[in-house]
Design a protein around this ligand. Structure first.
Ligand code: HC0
Ligand code: SF4
Length: 569
């Protein structure tokens, strides 16, 4: 450690700290815009200025390491004036259409202007001409050139869609040649959007669309149904001011019913169904050249199709749980309820922007009508008046007489990297050996939990066989792993999630300045598994009934028709 003085207070901090680290650790406010604890620092915004005794001018706190005896002051008039000046310059190039902006109230620029008492200038800014995609909306008039999108896309995902430079506005991140996102290397994971401090990059906002359907449902004769993804029960709580990792499944169900959804289903039901299908598929593919690779993450599927089409045959033919639920709701459930499929409006609540893109695939036949990200869902619940006081709502259960609310702890695990693998192995073990893993060993002794590693490999004994598995998350790590496969490394089963941490790190989740956010959300997921009454997918009663009454057997003819899909290069 080194000893420093911070605004007159003597403190000891780790020798490797920056001034900004030291300030954060000691609850001392320093304004930032380009800095993010999970990204390499770029030092571009020039807002984190502090005075250091003996230095002629203020220093950037994010790039300056502490030294023994350093005397730092964050509160001088000189620092405040410099920050104000830099903020005014940033504000001059920003279009303040806050009332219609998706991130109004959560915008980091808006907050900083309020903190420093800077009025919003009435600017007219000419947008750069490039379009978003089916999942991501781009508004260059809101861009503050912080570069977080550039860093997230390059450092976390290894894609490099966003770059500085180009013909116009060289200081703004833009796509190469101003191409629309769909025409670039983008796979719609939304990492750029979740790191954007303003409304320059957001999900394509469909909140108003869903609210309009709910308002008009009686007149239009529609039954409005929503399915909520594994990770959403953990990440939605942050949007309502709760600690990261807080599981609020019951409050979420209650809030959605109050907001006008007629039925609230659990995507976890379909995650259990996926395990039945994908586990069976794995057993039929073992030893026939591999590995089989999961296909539930649409960011990953887009990545394979766009960048590594040679691996398309390795993808499981299973639709994702969102897709399976869509098919089941519009066939089995519609029939049971006596509702025409076209009168059902199915919304998905997902931690993911790429799920919007997935739902639009022709292979999914329009079964899912709209996908809302966790952020959009929070906005919808906040807009719904009389307001939903989320954190104090009495919890309600997913419920459905036909079992689509049934789910297990195995399915909850899907929300974190390694979870699909663990859930699958719980069931595959039971099928192969005829014996259940004891409860105390359901976590497979942590064998497939990545624990912060972006690539985790293991050999898991299942009966007489040793199954060679790999779990990888984040596309930078995925690319490196695929190159190892090409060079001859061998596995039987591989789980890939495009976003760092898996869906808890998905690009549709609330943004967070917490450097440990992925670990905290993942802990919430693991805790929820342990708390569930049923923790094995093959023990899901609703799924069993679906096979008994409708599908027949896993990987049977009807399953193949409804629950499996194809890919295109
Ligand atoms: Fe996921 Fe899913 S686990 S991809 O991360 O498999 O989005 O949470 O809903 O579909 O179940 C996202 C999360 C899901 C799906 C599930 C899978
Ligand atoms: Fe979406 Fe999850 Fe894949 Fe990210 S990891 S792209 S959130 S499905």
């Amino acid at each position: 450690t080194v000893n420093i003085t911070l605004n007159g207070l003597k403190v000891a901090v780790p020798a490797s700290s920056t001034i900004l680290d030291s300030c954060k650790a000691n609850n001392c406010f320093v304004p930032t815009l380009c800095y993010h604890p999970r990204l390499p620092e770029s030092g571009s915004c020039r807002l984190c200025l502090v005075d250091v005794e003996g230095c002629g001018s203020p220093l950037p706190a994010c790039r300056t390491k502490v030294w023994e005896g350093m005397n730092i002051c964050t509160e001088t008039e000189r620092v405040a004036d410099a920050v104000r000046l830099n903020l005014e310059m940033i504000a001059q190039n920003h279009c303040f259409s806050c009332a219609s902006c998706a991130v109004d109230g959560e915008c980091e620029l808006q907050d900083l202007l309020r903190i420093y008492g800077i009025p919003q200038p009435a600017n007219t800014i000419t947008p750069l001409l490039f379009g978003g995609s089916s999942a991501i909306a781009c508004d260059s008039t809101k861009c503050v050139a912080c570069g977080r999108c550039v860093q997230a896309c390059a450092a976390l995902q290894g894609l490099g869609v966003w770059e500085y430079g180009g013909r116009a506005h060289a200081s703004l991140p833009q796509t190469s040649g101003h191409a629309p996102l769909d025409a670039t290397a983008c796979i719609n994971c939304g990492q750029c959007a979740t790191f954007c401090p303003t409304g320059a990059l957001t999900e394509r906002d469909q909140v108003a669309e869903v609210m309009a359907v709910i308002r008009a449902k009686k007149a239009a004769g529609k039954t409005v149904v929503i399915q909520t993804a594994p990770a959403v029960r953990v990440t939605i709580s942050e949007a309502f001011g709760m600690e990261p990792g807080t599981v609020t499944t019951g409050q979420l169900v209650a809030a959605l019913k109050k907001a006008g959804f007629d039925h609230v289903f659990d995507v976890d039901f379909a995650a259990d169904l996926t395990i039945m299908e994908e586990g069976t598929e794995l057993l039929s593919r073992l030893g026939k050249g591999g590995p089989m690779m999961t296909s539930c993450c649409p960011g990953w599927v887009n990545f394979v199709e766009k960048h590594y089409p040679d691996f398309i045959p390795n993808l499981s033919s299973c639709k994702s749980p969102q897709g399976m639920m869509g098919a089941v709701v519009k066939t089995y459930w519609a029939e049971k309820m006596g509702i025409a499929p076209e009168d059902i409006f199915l919304v998905s609540a997902m931690p993911c922007t790429a799920k919007k893109d997935e739902a639009a695939r022709p292979q999914l036949e329009g079964d899912v009508d709209v996908v809302l990200t966790t952020r959009e869902l929070a906005r919808l619940l906040k807009l719904h008046r009389p307001g939903v006081n989320f954190s104090t709502l009495a919890p309600e259960s997913f419920s459905d007489p036909h079992g689509l609310g049934d789910s297990t702890g195995a399915a909850v695990l899907f929300g974190a990297s390694g979870g699909v693998m663990e859930a699958a192995l719980r069931t595959v073990h039971a099928v192969v050996t005829g014996e259940e893993l004891p409860d105390a060993l359901l976590d497979l002794e942590g064998a497939v939990r990545p624990n912060g590693e972006s690539l985790h490999t293991a050999t898991v004994p299942v009966g007489d066989a040793n199954v060679r598995v790999a779990v990888v998350h984040g596309l930078q790590a995925t690319r490196e792993f695929l190159e190892r496969l090409k060079a001859g490394e061998e596995y039987d089963f591989v789980e890939v999630m495009a976003c760092p941490g898996g869906c808890v790190g998905g690009g549709g989740n609330p943004s967070s300045q917490d450097g440990d956010i992925l670990a905290r959300r993942t802990a919430g997921i693991y805790g929820d598994d342990v708390n569930m009454a049923v923790r094995r997918s093959h023990k899901n009663e609703g799924v069993k009934a679906l096979y008994d009454e409708f599908l027949g057997s896993p990987n049977g003819h009807k399953s193949h028709e409804l629950l499996h899909t194809t890919y295109t290069d």
